[in-house]
Design a protein around this ligand. Structure first.
Ligand SMILES: NC(=O)c1ccc[n+]([C@@H]2O[C@H](COP(=O)([O-])OP(=O)(O)OC[C@H]3O[C@@H](n4cnc5c(N)ncnc54)[C@H](O)[C@@H]3O)[C@@H](O)[C@H]2O)c1
Length: 363
């Protein structure tokens, strides 16, 4: 009855051992496969919920549950606090992911969710981009250059050949460091140009919006002179009333939400009538042939963050941890020899401590 803990150090060891590119490739492939095999009879995703507050700072703490029927349930708890970077020197997104055995309730694993969220969100965009971007696309526009933008660009670089990156952030300090953060170690080797949004959106083949735009302040760019084939990964919209894209772009595009009901509540799909959204990421992957003609038209991946992605990325890290022998297995739950006596572990624990002290003395 041990729980496997994967700390920041363990995740660092896994990332260094595998290499970030290999890890991202593995995740993109695993997520594609998992979506291909997705069966709502075997996987149950409940609506996420959370506390939304404005005091002392604007924030959200929410939980995202998903169950593999008869096997395990994964619950991510994620905080969204856009003031974190400037006020506390912390990421906007802080998270942990836990996994439970649904045959007993036992906590199987507890893993960092901050790095894993950045990876899985980016991998989901790569999965959609691989199907929807026009072939030969080589110019990527990034609006919002914070944490998610780094992993989004990395994942895109694994599924398309990027020649030029145009980027914009409303915070000049964040924009000033983006090229370096995104390209460190030669991870994304492209020409980086900080560009005003109007020029950025009219020159990009693939756009990615990863902003912390406030509720009611969107869209983050105007629908002017976009390329007819533009593919957009809209990542920042995940709140009722919060969106990044102009409605006119959505109205003329193929819109693919990660999770339809959630996107209608919190994503870009809020801006469209429900009957306008006739597909989702599962259909995009399971029925790829339906979308062959979409590459030459504008498309939007409405990414609100799907709990199934958390399940997939956590399993990937647990598998690596097992192979490498990293992580800490500890007993957290005070289960006892007598399942009807919740105090028994105190007595039996004391007895075994005495026993081991006596055997130490004898030896
Ligand atoms: N879809 C998902 O699964 C998923 C997962 C994680 C985060 N997110 C969302 O992605 C967004 C970015 O997260 P992050 O971790 O990168 O946050 P971050 O704070 O690191 O970066 C956000 C950046 O957006 C910039 N910004 C805000 N409004 C802007 C605007 N109008 N134009 C240009 N730039 C603007 C900010 O200055 C900031 O630098 C958040 O809204 C978050 O909720 C979505």
């Amino acid at each position: 009855m041990k729980t496997m803990l994967l700390s920041k150090e363990d995740c660092r060891a896994i990332a260094r051992h595998a290499g970030l590119d290999v890890l991202m490739d593995e995740l993109i492939d695993r997520l594609t496969r998992a979506i291909d095999e997705y069966d709502p009879q075997r996987t149950s995703v409940l609506a996420r919920d959370g506390f939304h507050y404005h005091n002392p700072y604007h924030g959200l703490l929410e939980w995202m549950p998903v169950m593999q029927v008869g096997d395990t349930a994964t619950v991510k708890v994620v905080g969204y606090h856009p003031a974190n970077p400037t006020v506390k020197g912390l990421p906007t997104i802080l998270s942990t992911i836990s996994n439970y055995d649904v045959t007993t309730g036992h906590l199987v694993g507890l893993v960092d969710g901050t790095f894993l969220t950045a990876l899985r969100t980016a991998a989901a965009s790569a999965v959609a981009t691989r199907v929807l971007a026009k072939s030969g696309s080589d110019t990527v526009g990034m609006i919002g250059c914070g944490a998610q933008a780094v992993s989004q660009l990395h994942a895109l670089s694994r599924v398309m050949s990027i020649d030029r990156v145009l980027f914009h952030d409303r915070d000049p300090k964040v924009a000033a460091t983006f090229a370096e953060r995104a390209s460190v170690g030669g991870r994304v080797s492209a020409r980086f140009d900080q560009t005003a949004t109007a020029a950025l959106v009219s020159t990009s083949d693939v756009l990615c919006t990863t902003t912390s735009v406030a509720i009611g302040e969107g869209p983050v760019f105007e629908d002017r002179d976009l390329r007819a084939w533009v593919h957009v990964n809209a990542v920042g919209s995940d709140f009722s009333g919060k969106f990044e894209l102009p409605r006119s772009l959505l109205e003329r595009s193929l819109v693919v939400p990660d999770c339809r009901e959630q996107a209608q509540r919190e994503g870009e799909c809020q801006q469209l009538p429900p009957d306008r959204i006739d597909t989702d990421l599962v259909a995009l992957i399971q029925q790829r042939e339906r979308f062959v003609g979409s590459r030459d038209k504008s498309s939007v991946f409405d990414s609100t963050g799907w709990a199934y992605e958390d399940h997939v990325v956590m399993q990937l890290f647990l598998d690596h941890a097992r192979e490498m022998g990293v992580g800490t297995a500890i007993e957290i739950e005070s289960h006892t020899d007598d399942p009807h006596d919740p105090y028994d572990f105190i007595v039996s624990g004391a007895k075994s401590e005495v026993g081991s002290r006596e055997s130490e003395v004898r030896s």
